[in-house]
Write a protein that binds this ligand. Structure first.
Ligand SMILES: C[S@@+](CC[C@H](N)C(=O)[O-])C[C@H]1O[C@@H](n2cnc3c(N)ncnc32)[C@H](O)[C@@H]1O
Length: 324
């Protein structure tokens, strides 16, 4: 499958616009305002939900427990790759701060609400379900040891756990802030299940791990599924290629790599109005590199069998490749 997208005059214009700092700042602010308005219009009460998360049901607007959890999860020896220490999603601090961490879930619901017009706030859950439907249809046996690369605040890990309840999950992310939220969300979910179901869930506890996906430090051949959900569009090509090699190292032979992300070949992007494309690029610094990467070819070079590619939403595709 070819994913190459030759730069055209529209791309050139959009990039020129973003190179002018005040215009770029304007585009980012506009994108953020649009997202909050969209979320609240579909019943995702962005500001209230973020405030509840910050306070963790305590008196103080920002619970002190967050700083303790951050210190516990953070790998102080980790050096961040340069490409990661930049602005993402209209946050100056990128993924390395409390505000982006607290807003990941509401932002995902807002962004994914328009994939299927009738889904609204359920669009995010439907997207993840569509990914897992493809996974189940393409894996002969249920995986038992899964690593979720770029796990964010754990939304992808949690849904993988729901699909494969007996599997041991490890979530890897470069943002310790996101991992702190992931851990808290999981604790809350376990508590909620225990309070409503007579027999508490027996799924193993997810391990949250602060590392770069291209050099996880996890043991070779430990996993039978490496999943990367919505991470690759955030990567420059050099990192994407290094992560494919690390995924191959982590997998047992016959294990699978699964990547679900934006589909560069879909009509939505081809027909996107220049203004919207400009806003999107202002929040996703490596989108051009992602769109022009031949990911199927990069998988083969990294030691995978030719991948199966399935369209799982009007804007997303899932790629599944077996480790040779
Ligand atoms: C759009 S989020 C997706 C999060 C999650 N998988 C989901 O589906 O909700 C992309 C995540 O990838 C992480 N990430 C980006 N580059 C990374 C890298 N090189 N190593 C580990 N995590 C990375 C970011 O910190 C962020 O949490």
């Amino acid at each position: 499958m070819s994913t190459s997208a030759a730069p055209n005059s529209l791309t050139w214009l959009a990039n020129g616009f973003l190179a002018i700092k005040p215009l770029a700042a304007l585009a980012k602010n506009r994108a953020r305002t649009m997202m909050i308005e969209r979320a609240e219009s579909i019943g995702v009460y962005w500001r209230d939900e973020v405030q509840r998360l910050k306070a963790r049901a305590g008196e103080s607007p920002f619970s002190e427990q967050w700083s303790h959890d951050l210190a516990d999860l953070q790998n102080a020896d980790l050096s961040y790759p340069d490409y990661y220490v930049t602005s993402f999603h209209a946050y100056e601090e990128g993924n390395l701060g409390w505000q982006p961490a607290m807003e990941v879930e509401v932002a995902a619901k807002a962004v994914h609400a328009r994939i299927w017009p009738e889904a609204g706030a359920q669009g995010d859950a439907q997207l993840r379900q569509s990914y897992h439907d493809v996974l189940k249809a393409n894996l002969a046996t249920a995986p038992t040891n899964i690593v979720d690369l770029g796990c964010g605040v754990g939304m992808s890990s949690e849904t993988l756990q729901g699909t494969f309840p007996d599997a041991q999950l490890t979530g890897v992310d470069l943002s310790p802030y996101f991992l702190a939220v992931a851990q808290y969300r999981q604790q809350q979910s376990v508590r909620a299940t225990a309070a409503t179901v007579s027999a508490p869930t027996s799924s193993p506890t997810i391990h949250w791990y602060h590392a770069a996906a291209e050099a996880t430090g996890l043991p070779q051949g430990q996993f039978d599924l490496v999943s990367a959900c919505l991470m690759f569009h955030e990567l420059p090509q050099v990192a994407a290629i290094a992560i494919l090699q690390e995924a191959r190292r982590l997998l047992q032979p016959g294990g699978h790599l699964a990547i679900m992300d934006m589909n560069p070949n879909c009509e939505t992007f081809a027909k996107m109005p220049p203004f919207v494309l400009t806003l999107l690029k202002s929040t996703e610094p490596y989108l051009d590199e992602y769109f022009s990467l031949d990911i199927a070819d990069a998988c083969r070079t990294a030691g995978f069998a030719p991948p199966t590619v399935v369209t799982n939403s009007p804007r997303h595709r899932t790629l599944i490749a077996a480790a040779i």
